[in-house]
Design a protein around this ligand. Structure first.
Ligand SMILES: *Cc1c(COP(=O)(O)O)cnc(C)c1O
Length: 382
């Protein structure tokens, strides 16, 4: 492996911000400064008082506007991220049996959670190779369909549509929410964590629930099923109606998410945000499509994610060495999802990342590929 630290990128190839990770993702420095500027007025104050509850209300109202939430839909939140929401759904939403579209690490994990939940039947799991996506299949035995809008581990985006008139539709929108348009009438629980397109920190789960989802949550809670308090979505809902969380939330996470929701609304809402990410990701897909040594990992253009771009390299390019050189130059977290194990880069193009930064990154990658090839050709001096 070449000495990554010995290769210095020319300054005109350095993006204004080197963070291209798929989560935690880049947080605008101005938002961090705004957080610091709250000084003694927010952090370290009670989450049961108007300052923090006002922040929760602002997040709820902002998301309802951003998602064009239909009448009767409600925004709930709590600690634990999307990962906890899988457990909560297994206890509070799935009645007997769920169907899962599994096409990567995250979508598969939810299926595993359900398979290990004693009170639920074996889930109906539809699988597809990494880089593609399976289709849902209406199944009368299934009461819940689990979809993933953007499979962050592979960079595959799917359309969110109801597989059947019956059954709840749960959508893991963790890396899609805030960056990809969707039709809220097609979803019953649209859930995510804030450290991806919402340019915030981790720690919380957020979910938009339809009236059908709320009815299901209430019915299961009344059924006598033993539900741990942190996994009770009824408890989360009752608290959300008071602009609270069941236990102490991550307050900085709320603050940063609130600022990004406002920034997304300024961009033109979901449509504008989606366009921004599409433009940024197209810079990379267009480049990779014509590159001698690179190809988009996702073969079907319709499935290519606008927010998590996965680019494969042929064996003349060592993607690990490439990522190491970029990292030593301050361009971080473009390594592929660790368990995918490909000769690949994964680059996030969430709405907080300006297109100009992605263009610079593209040029920097080309420059490093050339440089590594030159170094490999150079006569070895001992
Ligand atoms: C990141 C991610 C998760 C996990 O989020 P946590 O906040 O770590 O729980 C789940 N699903 C998808 C699609 C993700 O991208």
């Amino acid at each position: 492996m070449p000495d990554a630290d010995a290769i210095r990128l020319p300054s005109n190839l350095l993006p204004s911000d080197g963070r291209f990770g798929s989560g935690p993702s880049r947080i605008p420095p101005s938002h961090l400064e705004a957080l610091a500027a709250t000084g003694t007025t927010l952090m370290g104050t009670s989450h049961r008082r108007p300052t923090v509850r006002g922040l929760v209300a602002s997040v709820q109202e902002g998301l309802a506007e951003l998602f064009s939430a239909p009448e009767g839909y409600e925004i709930i939140l709590g600690n634990g991220g999307a990962t906890l929401f899988w457990d909560a759904a297994a206890y509070s939403m799935i009645e007997h049996k769920s169907q899962h579209l599994a096409f990567g690490e995250f979508s598969s994990k939810f299926a595993s959670v359900v398979a290990a939940t004693p009170h639920l039947d074996e889930p109906d799991v539809r699988r597809a190779e990494a880089g593609s996506a399976p289709a849902a299949e209406p199944n009368p035995a299934v009461d819940t369909y689990a979809l993933t809008q953007n499979e962050t581990s592979t960079g595959v985006t799917t359309q969110v549509t109801r597989p059947s008139e019956d059954g709840l539709v749960l959508v893991d929108a963790t890396s899609a929410a805030g960056a990809i348009v969707f039709d809220p009438s097609q979803v019953d629980a649209y859930y995510f964590s804030p450290q991806k397109a919402f340019a915030s920190d981790g720690g919380l789960f957020v979910a938009m629930l339809s009236p059908r989802a709320i009815e299901r949550i209430e019915r299961i809670a009344a059924s006598g099923r033993a539900i741990p308090a942190t996994l009770s979505l009824l408890t989360a809902l009752e608290n959300a109606r008071l602009n609270q969380t069941y236990n102490t939330p991550a307050i900085a996470t709320l603050f940063l998410m609130d600022l990004q929701i406002k920034a997304l609304l300024e961009l033109g809402g979901l449509k504008g945000a989606n366009e921004r990410s599409r433009q940024a990701s197209d810079v990379l897909y267009a480049w990779a499509t014509t590159h001698a040594h690179a190809t988009p990992f996702v073969a079907d253009p319709a499935l290519r994610s606008p927010v998590t771009v996965t680019i494969d390299f042929d064996d003349t390019v060592d993607a690990k060495a490439l990522a190491a050189v970029l990292r030593s130059n301050g361009i971080v977290d473009v390594e592929p999802y660790r368990k995918l194990g490909r000769n690949q880069l994964r680059i996030a193009t969430f709405p907080a990342t300006p297109v100009a930064d992605v263009e610079r990154l593209r040029d920097a990658i080309d420059w490093v590929i050339e440089r590594l090839a030159d170094d490999a050709r150079a006569p070895q001096t001992a």
